[in-house]
Design a binder for this molecule. Sequence first.
Ligand SMILES: [Zn+2]
Length: 55
Amino acid sequence: MRVKCMMCGKEEELSKLHKDYKKLAANPAAAFICKTCSLKVTNQAQKGNDVLKKK
Ligand SMILES: [Zn+2]
């Protein structure tokens, strides 16, 4: 199944083993975020938390 990352627009081939496969197969309009972008989001969220802690 071919899916498009909602953040960078990169298309990826999703295998049936992917954790989001069922969700996206059931609802093709569901948001998909590729590994690269989800890592970025996680890092940014962690940075944000660090800033809040320092204050
Ligand atoms: Zn992406």
